[in-house]
Design a protein around this ligand. Sequence first.
Ligand SMILES: Nc1ncnc2c1ncn2[C@@H]1O[C@H](COP(=O)(O)OP(=O)(O)OP(=O)(O)O)[C@@H](O)[C@H]1O
Length: 508
Amino acid sequence: MTRLALRLVLPLLLLALWWTASRSGEIPAILLPTPGRVLESAWSMAVSGELWKHTAASLARVAAGFAAASALALGLAFLFFRRPHAETLLSGVLESLRVVPPLALIPLLILWLGIDEGPKLAIVILSSFFPVHVAAVGALRGAAREWGELIEALRLTPREALRHVLLPGAAPELLRGVRVGFGYAWRALVGAELLAAASGLGYLIEDASALGQTDRVMVGILVIALLGIAADALLMRVLSGLVPKAKEPAGLGATRAAAKDREPAGPCAPADAPVEVRFEGVTKRYPKATPLADLSFTLEAGRVTALLGRSGCGKTTLLKIAAGLIMPDAGTIEGRPERTAIVFQAPKLLPWKSLAENVALALMHEPMSDDARFARAVEALAMVGLGDRAGDAPHQLSGGQAQRAALARALATRPRLLLLDEPFGALDALTRTALQRECAKLFTTDAMTVLLITHDVREAVLLADRIHVMEGGGFVETEEVRAARPRALTDPEVAALEERLLGTLLQC
Ligand SMILES: Nc1ncnc2c1ncn2[C@@H]1O[C@H](COP(=O)(O)OP(=O)(O)OP(=O)(O)O)[C@@H](O)[C@H]1O
């Protein structure tokens, strides 16, 4: 049975029940007219124009009130998001209004606004404002929580962040709120028209009820139900068209073909020489932990430094400080270049952008044309073996491919300092090994300064030139790895180092 047929089963059963009950003679027609009688009334009301007049009046009211409520709700949500003080200022009044049922305000609204359109519009606005507003505030905050670090790492301006990340990220929840708000508006309008109106479907029902015309009452109710369902379906269609989805950027085919000719020339090599970054007396305290206590060390230019340590020892805190995402309580970092890129443990690819667009977003501030930006994005993707997937959406990738794309996003900026936060930690052993090998190649051909955070001793000995073991806010061991790349774990020097580091970590 199709979905539509399944959905029709219960309404048809109810119709049959109604028809049987109304024809049985047990229930007076004044209480339950037959379906045929209701249909006849609907026809004559439609022919006389009465039905259209009331329907048009209700639709016009709900459209005006809902548009005003949505504009106000979204406007205030954006204001609260950008200016939390405004929310503090208004929250008392808004909270009080939110818990008062709008219909309870009708007597006051009639007194203040008269009997005409004012009270009905006010009821629609009050009823639909809160669902839209609450959803919009929650959606924007949720998007900021989810994507905040990425926004900072890519150094997007507030306007860029809103346009490329926050609005598309918030769109599904925000639009769900708009849909719910419309349902509230429709119900509240009919309620308001029952009490104070000279036109509209609510008035039609009230008037027919006073005259004992149950058939006309039922026509009103059926029209309200059918219109509500139709409007909701229309709104859902329009709104789902507004939710952004990843699609291949125009002209990407040509860009990809051009990039192919240049592979694999290492186009993402840093424009300038790598840098030395010095950490002096860096301290970070949290209420229940001091992950970094007066830590001093240097990331040598063009070398890979790995940080090993048990969970919770402060590795990510140090990396975020290195990236400028959080500030230390004390100490300084000297030499951090403008071109610093970070790869997080999770790929953090924006699902509504194609891979090329995700990578190009990191190049937002590069003085280049959009075409050149996409060309650079495709080149970076080609470097990690994803050149032919540039137009794909992130959900079409495996976990390993997604992490490669995140690496490409960092490499595309031609970083002089590359920060890697357990970039392969969430991958299966095989994919991890393949990516480690590719990184080992990249680190020898691209002269950048790299800070790699990892739990994995093998990863550290395969990739790093220097390894620090972190514990108690500082380093308890530092090892230089002199073996030439590519390294094999069977190399006695590498195996001995792995053993030593494991021993230290087990004692931490
Ligand atoms: N925002 C925060 N507020 C309070 N405490 C925090 C915060 N961030 C980190 N910490 C604490 O600081 C310590 C170090 O955390 P951090 O995330 O740097 O550890 P880690 O070594 O990266 O751990 P893992 O390997 O599990 O990711 C932990 O005790 C953690 O609870």
